[in-house]
Design a protein around this ligand. Sequence first.
Ligand code: PNS
Length: 166
Amino acid sequence: MKIAVYPGSFDPITYGHLDVVARAAAVFDRVIVGVLVNPHKATPALPTEERVGVIREAIDECCADDAARIDVELFDGLTVDFCRRRKATFVVRGLRAISDFESELQMAHTNRKLAPEVDTVFFMTALEHSYVSSSLVKEIATFGGDVSQMVPPAAARRLIGRGRGL
Ligand code: PNS
């Protein structure tokens, strides 16, 4: 049974993230989307508990056939410790552009040093979503811009509900 953790802030989840989730589900038996509880991250668009609900809804909508094999959970502390708790031997991350590569390389090597039994697998984010980032979505939503092409409806609704969308 190959179990992968896809860790991130997902604040909010974007179509780029969802693309990675769907493709990871095609490779691994179980995918656990791990939402990092990070009290130090400045001004979240959505509280972490709400993010879990949004991601669950988005996955049920986009990937119904695989949804039963995809979990969404909060975690804190180290990603590799979360992997060990959940018996995952892979970390999944998306790469949008060269600019992502340096920090992802550093993170993958560090995680491997901390937990040699956990390997990192990268998916190249689909070209049509590779310009999207959660931080830009947050900025656009803060100023009332339309983010409906960047995030799934479950996230767009919450951002609008908080006065941060459309
Ligand atoms: O979506 P993000 O914010 O780019 O995700 C970053 C994340 C959550 C994967 C990374 O910050 C992380 O793994 N944090 C948990 C703490 C940890 O394990 N730090 C060492 C990683 S090298």
